[in-house]
Unconditional design. Structure first.
Length: 382
């Protein structure tokens, strides 16, 4: 049986940068390949020095956009036509738009009279449709049918679009996957020796930007409180941005050597596994990419996770089953949750193992690849 040939339009699929949208897009491509889909990837790259079979790089100048805007940059606009001409030449069954300005590429496809069904994969929640002008414009285009089909990374967005009148048969729930082979339980003792960390003291790991909306400062208040019961506990901060050094210096001035800052780390999976607990205390739904990438990575690592039941996290998690919930913005609630994990290690281990099972059964590349294959077949049968 001939496999389905899909052209993926992506950004930085070769010269990979570990950012949420890039990680999600790369995972979808890998899941498709895993499922036997004939994946052809047209990717916007800052450099053409690297190559990979089945990947077709298009040079793009570096020109970042504001994270709340989905209007294209000039650099992306210039790259759209050559990218879509390559997509046309590949003669695929479906064009699947990933971490690019999807409206721009879809409009270019229509202008070039490429009749291939086009799919837009939306990673965000429904909330920006209520607040941001650019997203309200996106919603108008969705209503006008700029895309043939829409894939949503969370059920809340899928249900919202159906509620607002989009054809439910053209809106699918397709989460992005997590690499459960990379993100898995590693030997905690061995990792701590490797990173020169004490073997038997509590390590609380936080992964992500130093951002109030991610609850980082709530965690600092909670850490100060739990230090009364666990005076040797360490706070392990991984992946702060380069422009956050002033915050790091301030935090170190308060907590001294009990704060460990890893910075950008290509071995992020080790940060999850060496931890006693991973804390992701979002104060509001992380609408930029929902569910957050770090949550699925931590779950796959089988380390107990404390987070808040906001947005798509509430679709995945069950309190004290596969994660532990605290109240958003409440340092007392967060402190109690951390103490619960540190004082009930056997129960915490079970929660971590349940989290990994959730990641395997719902978000592995194998599962998502099969879901993609079914969705593509439905599209081509219509």
């Amino acid at each position: 049986m001939t496999s389905i040939r899909v052209c993926y339009i992506a950004n930085q699929a070769i010269d990979f940068v570990p950012e949420g949208h890039n990680t999600a897009s790369r995972g979808i491509i890998q899941a498709a390949i895993h499922a036997g889909i004939d994946a052809q990837v047209v990717t916007l790259e800052k450099s053409l020095s690297s190559s990979r079979q089945g990947f077709y790089p298009i040079r793009i100048l570096s020109q970042p956009r504001h994270k709340t805007s989905y209007f294209p940059s000039l650099a992306e606009f210039i790259s759209t036509f050559p990218a879509m001409l390559v997509a046309k030449a590949l003669n695929c069954d479906i064009i699947h738009l990933l971490n690019v300005t999807k409206e721009l590429f879809s409009a270019t496809q229509m202008f070039l009279k490429i009749n291939t069904p086009r799919v837009a994969h939306l990673y965000h929640s429904y909330l920006p449709f209520l607040s941001y002008t650019s997203f309200k414009f996106r919603f108008l285009l969705l209503k006008l049918g700029i895309f043939d089909y829409i894939f949503c990374s969370n059920m809340q967005l899928k249900n919202y679009l159906a509620l607002k009148g989009l054809n439910p048969n053209h809106v699918h729930y397709i989460p992005y996957p997590v690499d459960i082979e990379r993100f898995r339980p590693y030997d905690k003792g061995e990792l701590r020796r490797k990173h020169r960390l004490p073997p038997n003291i509590p390590i609380i790991t936080y992964v992500g930007a130093i951002d109030p909306n991610r609850g980082f400062f709530v965690l600092l208040r909670a850490f100060k409180e739990i230090s009364k019961d666990f005076p040797q506990a360490l706070l392990y901060i991984c992946h702060p941005r380069s422009n956050e050094e002033k915050y790091v210096q301030f935090i170190r001035s308060i907590f001294g050597s009990r704060i460990i800052v890893q910075g950008s780390n290509s071995r992020i999976e080790e940060a999850y596994s060496l931890a006693s607990v991973v804390v992701l205390p979002f104060r509001e739904p992380y609408w930029i990419i929902d569910p957050p990438v770090v949550l699925l990575e931590a779950m796959a690592s089988a380390t107990p996770v404390i987070t808040t039941p906001l947005g798509a996290i509430g679709e995945i998690g069950k309190d004290k089953k596969n994660m532990i919930f605290s109240s958003p913005g409440n340092s007392n609630s967060l402190g109690k949750a951390i103490k619960y994990v540190l004082k009930n290690q056997d129960e915490a281990e079970k929660i971590g193992l349940n989290a990994r099972e959730t990641a395997k059964t719902r978000f592995s590349q194998e599962v998502v690849g099969k879901t993609l294959n079914r969705a593509y077949k439905e599209i081509l049968e219509c």
